[in-house]
Design a protein around this ligand. Structure first.
Ligand SMILES: CC(C)(COP(=O)(O)OP(=O)(O)OC[C@H]1O[C@@H](n2cnc3c(N)ncnc32)[C@H](O)[C@@H]1OP(=O)(O)O)[C@@H](O)C(=O)NCCC(=O)NCCS
Length: 166
């Protein structure tokens, strides 16, 4: 029996767009609006506008297993802050969950941010039941819950803020 392949990380490239779009369409808890916005950020990163690329607004990393894209994350320096970054989106292929892809993406994002002087990564996610696994993932990968606004998304659906600090 061979050992499981390690997850490898790199910046997204224009050729990855179609695969990322297909991956987003398969993420069970992303609705159409979330998929659209996630793709918009990827397009800004991959484009040739003034905020494109790794030093632009939405650096996007992809994770590969056996040479196949199995997850991705989009981060960005938070406007108007000195050293705060945001994790905007992270997703692992639904067929390859619990294989360490999300953890590897978080580590890669932290390295990327750390080498650019970032001191914290903030993210917001939903408080509703179907995001329970996602919240468990953030707690398991080093984020701490640091805030919550009740009924933010809709009645009964809070926003929960998580922070990763150096
Ligand atoms: C959240 C997500 C990225 C996690 O990716 P993943 O590759 O499955 O996570 P990992 O395998 O790296 O998990 C690392 C640890 O997090 C925890 N974890 C992961 N998924 C979990 C779940 N559903 N419930 C509870 N804990 C979980 C576990 O402790 C896990 O370690 P273990 O498997 O050794 O027990 C993935 O579930 C996903 O794409 N979800 C849908 C999209 C989403 O909600 N994104 C976040 C909002 S932008």
């Amino acid at each position: 029996m061979s050992a499981p392949s390690p997850v490898t990380l790199r910046l997204a490239q224009p050729d990855d767009r179609e695969i990322l779009e297909a991956l987003l369409s398969r993420v069970d808890n992303f609705d159409e609006e979330e998929q659209r916005v996630a793709l918009e950020l990827i397009d800004i990163f991959l484009g040739d506008g003034p905020t494109a690329g790794p030093e632009g607004d939405y650096p996007t990393l992809v994770a590969e297993l056996d040479g196949t894209i199995c997850g991705y994350a989009t981060i960005g320096r938070t406007p108007f802050t000195e050293s705060t970054w945001h994790l905007y989106f992270i997703a692992a292929d639904p067929q390859r969950r619990r294989a360490g892809i999300g953890r590897a993406l978080c580590q890669a994002c932290a390295e990327f941010v750390g080498t650019r002087g970032g001191q914290r990564i903030v993210l917001e996610t939903a408080g509703r039941e179907d995001y329970g696994g996602t919240r468990g993932f953030y707690l398991a990968t080093g984020f701490r819950e640091e805030g919550r606004i009740a009924d933010y998304y809709r009645p009964g659906d809070d926003v929960v803020y998580y922070v990763w600090r150096w």
